[in-house]
Design a protein around this ligand. Structure first.
Ligand code: NZQ
Ligand code: ZN
Length: 380
């Protein structure tokens, strides 16, 4: 196991009716900006609950943070925030609202253009922020990361800010999610886990089994959620698995990959493909391309997650990869570029972008432009 230093300061407040806790979780003297997406919170009652909890607080509202939040929109919120001397932000919605809010929080403390902070990769300062998370997927509710797009140039990059001060997760808020968003959410959680797991075996038994526990949970609950997404306990497990997959708990002292995410971000930036969907397309191709490098871990994963214990090692590895692709398809997602009309020109663009940036992702830092091109060809 590698050395590590771990701290996650976010307070999780979980369960039915817990949005009411906002009354005491945010100090009464704060000058708050509430941030929202396109209006889902008005349909599912979350907005009313937030307003009721904050009826004695001072706040303004900022609406319109879009999926794959853009710097163009967030600049407007930063200007509003500075003008109104905002000193606390509360994101109410999915990962995009929260990611956008992370940039607003940093941008309010910065004199230059917010895109500088994204390109820098991390912020120097930030006002405090928190969330009411309504979409289990990104883990943004308990991590410091955010992914921001720039529509002008069709770019999408991650940066890190502080962790949220607290995040409220009420599984009942997920009952209103469209089936497609749940499918993308489950694919996103699954790929977060494997990006921290599918490297080399023998690094940490604890991390391996924790990761496999989340994968097994997803495989078990996915078909049940499709039958009934109003089951509280089922949605609770879905919600908590998203948080645990990307709050640092499964990556202590082990190697990480993240090549699939970086390629997926390019597909979203260039074609607007929803984040989780971009991963269901790229990940099977990543495994097909890197199956020799990931051989040992693929065998372990095949056995422990899919119960594959027969055949030659080569056959077991191939089956583990095809089970993974079938799982994504069982969610109703595409797993091939051609299904989304993405052709060779896009592959060339991504290879060029990676080469220009000197990209080197994956646990062996060998996913450069050329290897990313091969992965994409294996996703056709
Ligand atoms: O905008 P509204 O009207 O709120 O509707 C949203 C949006 O249209 C809707 N929605 C959210 N909660 C709902 C709901 N609809 C009904 N009921 C609810 N309870 O769902 C749509 C998608 O929302 P979005 O926030 O875009 O989805 P998600 O949470 O998957 O976030 C995706 C973004 O997060 C980034 C992705 O790249 C993408 O930009 N990621 C962030 C990460 C992080 N911060 O650590 C890591 C991830 O790997 C990911 O890259
Ligand atoms: Zn993701």
């Amino acid at each position: 196991m590698n050395n590590f230093s771990f701290q996650n300061p976010t307070r999780l407040v979980f369960g039915k009716g817990q949005i009411a806790q906002l009354t005491t979780l945010i100090p009464a003297d704060k000058n708050i900006m509430l941030t929202f997406g396109g209006g889902s919170v008005k349909i599912n009652g979350v907005y009313e609950q937030v307003k009721a909890a904050l009826k004695n607080h001072k706040y303004i509202e900022f609406w319109g943070i879009e999926p794959n939040p853009t710097v163009e929109t967030l600049r407007k919120a930063i200007t509003e925030g500075k003008k109104n001397k905002i000193d606390f932000l509360l994101a109410v919605g999915g990962g995009s609202v929260l990611d956008g809010t992370k940039l607003i929080a940093a941008g309010i403390c910065y004199d230059g253009d917010a895109w500088d902070i994204v390109l820098q990769g991390s912020s120097n300062d930030s006002i405090p922020f928190a969330s009411v998370m309504t979409l289990p997927a990104t883990g943004s509710e308990m991590n410091a990361g955010a992914v921001i797009s720039r529509s002008e140039t069709r770019e999408k990059y991650a940066f890190s800010n502080r962790h949220p001060l607290f995040s409220i997760l009420d599984p009942e808020t997920t009952y209103s999610l469209p089936a497609f968003q749940i499918a993308c959410g489950i694919a996103d959680i699954f790929v977060h886990v494997v990006e921290q797991y599918m490297t080399t075996p023998g690094q940490s038994r604890t991390m391996d089994r924790w990761a496999e526990g989340i994968l097994l949970t997803l495989v078990e609950i996915a078909p049940k959620i499709r039958e009934n997404q109003n089951d509280y306990d089922l949605m609770s497990d879905y919600m908590l698995s998203a948080t645990l997959a990307l709050n640092g708990f499964i990556s202590m002292g082990v190697a990480q990959d993240w090549a699939t995410h970086m390629i997926g971000h390019e597909l979203t930036a260039l074609h607007g493909i929803t984040h989780g969907h971009s991963l269901s397309i790229v990940y099977p191709g990543t495994l097909r391309t890197l199956k020799v490098q990931k051989h040992g871990k693929l065998l372990q994963y095949g056995l422990r997650v899919w119960g594959i214990n027969e055949g030659t090692e080569e056959e077991r590895v191939d089956r583990a990869i095809s089970e993974t692709e079938s799982f994504f398809r069982s969610l109703g997602l595409a797993t091939r570029l051609s299904e989304n009309g993405v052709g060779d020109d896009t592959i060339d663009t991504i290879v060029n972008r990676f080469n220009k940036a000197g990209a080197a992702y994956g646990e062996k830092r060998n996913v450069t432009g050329d290897l990313a091109g091969q992965i994409l060809k294996n996703c056709k």
